[in-house]
Design a protein around this ligand. Structure first.
Ligand code: PLP
Length: 383
C-alpha cells in the first residue's frame, strides 16, 4: 500500500460514447478568427451548438475570445444568456408579434427580416426605449428570411433621418452556396450586398458563414458568422484537406458477434444478403442515437463504414433503433471482442464522409447526435 487511493475503474457501460474536444473547438475558433483578419468572429450556436451542447460549447468559445453568438430560437438564447452576461446574442429567426419582452428581458438582438417586423419592433421600442438595437437581414437569394434589397434605400433614408424609430446594430445577409468555389450566385450576392452595405455606411455589416470566410475574404466586413467549421466540418466542397480540427468522436461497443452463411440476410426487412460466409458484429448504437436510417449497405447500394482495429467494416442491412450490424469478416480478431469499441466518427471517418454515405450532410449528422449518448468532454492541448 503506498497510501494513494486507486482511481475508480470506469463504470462498465453499454452506452455509446461521444467525446467532445474543447481544445479543438477553441483551436477552430481561433483559426477562423485569424482568417477573418480585422473582422470580429462570432459563433453560430443554433441547434444546441450543432449538437455539441450549448453548456459545453459556449464556455470554451468565450474563453477563446468569442463575444457574438447567433441562435435561432429563444430556448437557445436563454441558455446562452445564462452562461454570459455581456456577450451579444443575435436571434436569427426574426421577430414575431408580441415577443418584444423576451428580447428586453434577456438583452437579445432581434434580426429583423421584413417590413412588418420593422414596424412591430418600432412600436415596441416606442414603449421601451431601453430595448437593445436591432439587426437587419436582407435576403439576397435564399428566399427564406430577410428584407427585399429593393427596400434598402427607404429603410436607409429613415435611418438617416431618424424616423426608423430604433438604433441599428448590424446589416447582414446569408449565402446560398458559399461552399462552392467560383460560384456565380455567391459573386452576385456579394455584389448586391456591397450596394446594400453602402446605404448603411455607419452600421457594421456581416455576410460570411464558415465557407464564406475561406472563399470570400473580400466580403468579411465587420463580423463573420461561422457554425459548421467551428465544430470540425469541412468548410469547402473542394477535395482539399479539411483545414479544421475534428471536435467530436463517436464510438459504440460491440455487443455480440456471429458468423452467417452465404445467402443469409441481415436485419429488419432482409435488405442485405451475404455473398460469402460473413462474420457480423452488432453494435450498441442505432437511429435513436442519430445514425440515419439509410446509412447502411443493402443488396442494391453501398453505404457507410465503421472502423474496428484499423479496418473499414461495412454497415449492413437496416440500422435499427438501438443497434447496428457491421461486417467484421476482415477485422483483426483481437479488435472484434464483446465490449471493444468501434469508431463511427473519428480518424478517417469525418462528419462529412458519414453524412455523405448516409445521403445527407455533416451538419445533419452533428445536430442529430442522440441525447442518450454518454458525453465525455476532454480538453486537450491548444497547440
Ligand atoms: C446557420 C447560419 C450560419 C452558419 O453557417 P455555417 O455554414 O454553419 O457556417 C450563418 N448565418 C446564418 C444566417 C445561418 O443561418
Amino acid at each position: 500500500m503506498d497510501g494513494t487511493p486507486a482511481e475508480p475503474a470506469p463504470c462498465p457501460s453499454n452506452d455509446s460514447l461521444l467525446t467532445i474536444d474543447l481544445a479543438a473547438l477553441r483551436h477552430n475558433w481561433r483559426l477562423l478568427a485569424q482568417k477573418a483578419g480585422s473582422a470580429a468572429t462570432g459563433a453560430v450556436v443554433k441547434a444546441n451548438a450543432y449538437g455539441l451542447g450549448i453548456e459545453t460549447a459556449i464556455p470554451a468559445l468565450l474563453s477563446a475570445g468569442c463575444r457574438h453568438f447567433f441562435v435561432a430560437h429563444f430556448s437557445e438564447a436563454r441558455r446562452v444568456r445564462a452562461l454570459t452576461k455581456d456577450a451579444e446574442i443575435f436571434v436569427l429567426n426574426g421577430f414575431l408579434p408580441r415577443t418584444g419582452p423576451v428580447y428586453l428581458e434577456h438583452r437579445l438582438t432581434p434580426v429583423l427580416g421584413s417590413l412588418p417586423e420593422i414596424a412591430e419592433w418600432r412600436g415596441f421600442v416606442a414603449d421601451h426605449p431601453d430595448a437593445p438595437p436591432a439587426a437587419l437581414h436582407f435576403d439576397t437569394g435564399l428566399n427564406r428570411l430577410g428584407l427585399a434589397p429593393t427596400d434598402g434605400a427607404d429603410i436607409a433614408d429613415a435611418h438617416r433621418q431618424g424616423t426608423l424609430g430604433f438604433p441599428l446594430r448590424l446589416v447582414m445577409s446569408h449565402f446560398v452556396e458559399a461552399e462552392i468555389e467560383g460560384s456565380v450566385t455567391t459573386a452576385r450576392q456579394c455584389g448586391d450586398f456591397r450596394i446594400l452595405r453602402a446605404l448603411f455606411k455607419d452600421i457594421p455589416a456581416s455576410l460570411c458563414n464558415s465557407s464564406g470566410i475561406f472563399l470570400r475574404p473580400d466580403s468579411h466586413y465587420d463580423l463573420v458568422r461561422p457554425g459548421y467549421a467551428l465544430y470540425g466540418g469541412h468548410p469547402l466542397w473542394s477535395s482539399d484537406a479539411n483545414p479544421m480540427r475534428a471536435v467530436i468522436r463517436l464510438e459504440a461497443p460491440i455487443l455480440q458477434t456471429r458468423i452467417i452463411g452465404t445467402g443469409e440476410t441481415v436485419g429488419y426487412g432482409s435488405f442485405w444478403t451475404a455473398k460469402r460466409p460473413t462474420r457480423l458484429a452488432t453494435l450498441s448504437l442505432g437511429y435513436a442515437d442519430g445514425l440515419p436510417r439509410g446509412s447502411e449497405s443493402t443488396d442494391s447500394k453501398v453505404g457507410g463504414h465503421v472502423m474496428i482495429g484499423g479496418v473499414e467494416c461495412a454497415m449492413l442491412g437496416r440500422v435499427s433503433m438501438d443497434l447496428l450490424i457491421v461486417d467484421v469478416t476482415d477485422a483483426p480478431d483481437a479488435a472484434v471482442q464483446r465490449g471493444a469499441f468501434a469508431t463511427l466518427i473519428g480518424d478517417e471517418l469525418t462528419i462529412d464522409t458519414v453524412g455523405d454515405s448516409a445521403g445527407t450532410i455533416g451538419y445533419d449528422i452533428l445536430v442529430s447526435l442522440g441525447a442518450r449518448l454518454e458525453r465525455r468532454v476532454i480538453d486537450g492541448s491548444d497547440d
